[in-house]
Design a protein around this ligand. Sequence first.
Ligand SMILES: [Zn+2]
Ligand SMILES: [Zn+2]
Length: 151
Amino acid sequence: MILFYMTLTVLYTDICFYIPHRLMHNNRLLFNHIHKVHHDIIDSYAISFQYCHTIEAVINEITVSLPPILGCLPNELFYLWYITAQVSVCLCHCGYIFKNHDNHHHYKMCEYGISGLPYINMDYLLKTKYINMIDKTRCVSKNTKSNVNLN
Ligand SMILES: [Zn+2]
Ligand SMILES: [Zn+2]
């Protein structure tokens, strides 16, 4: 039962994180005034997930906290979920295990989601996974002037 709740919560969180995250990337105003702060860091490190605009920090906290609350998780599972979320976001930003968020920081227009579940995630469903994008130039944000190697 715990595994079922945790999987469901990961899926909800991926959806809740993906939508505002992609919106911030596709809207120049939102990107330049809010999300760009987080993307000032290209080669991220574990604690750099905290480096973001205040509005984005609030959105992120709601994103992480709301799905378990809506799912009526028992307190023990909520704390387990919250700790898991904090550890996984650190792992995403340190680049040792999950390379998808590394690609997001480098290329910006791919890998918007946070789910590590294979095939059951928003990036896979909406074809924004870096590895599946045939035209790698679509990954690079128009809002930036980065000289990235797309090979
Ligand atoms: Zn990040
Ligand atoms: Zn981003």
